[in-house]
Unconditional design. Structure first.
Length: 124
């Protein structure tokens, strides 16, 4: 066989060997699924910390802010240091001012239609 054909054959074999590994890796990945809401006026620091992209320090800033004045609208979150419009829009589906805090975070497997060729998870 020529060197070119041998090289192509090696590339195909290596590609086939890597294919099952990438499929298994995609199946083993998980993502966070958020359900429920957080009451901005009643949630604890731990409950606020469950929000996507919100850490303990940011959660504490929310509590400190609401101790001075209760939230009248969820949009007032942008007045808390570290929460801009972009972050607010990401959190909006999980925010409320009425009722109990019911937010739960569950790890769910990544679906194959969410995986790009690079193996990263698509944002919906």
């Amino acid at each position: 066989m020529s060197g070119r054909v041998t090289g192509m054959l090696v590339a195909v074999v290596l590609g086939l060997m890597l294919l099952p590994a990438s499929t298994e890796a995609a199946q083993a990945k998980t993502r966070a699924q958020y359900t429920g809401v957080v009451n901005l006026n009643e949630a604890t620091v731990a409950q606020l910390d469950l929000l996507p992209g919100v850490g303990e320090k940011a959660a504490q800033r929310i509590v400190t802010w609401r101790e001075k004045r209760a939230f009248k609208r969820i949009e007032e979150l942008v007045r808390v240091k570290g929460f801009g419009k972009k972050q607010f829009l990401k959190l909006k589906p999980y925010l409320t001012l009425q009722g109990p805090t019911t937010l739960k975070v569950e790890k769910v497997p990544v679906r194959m239609d969410e995986v790009h060729v690079t193996g990263s998870v698509a944002k919906h």
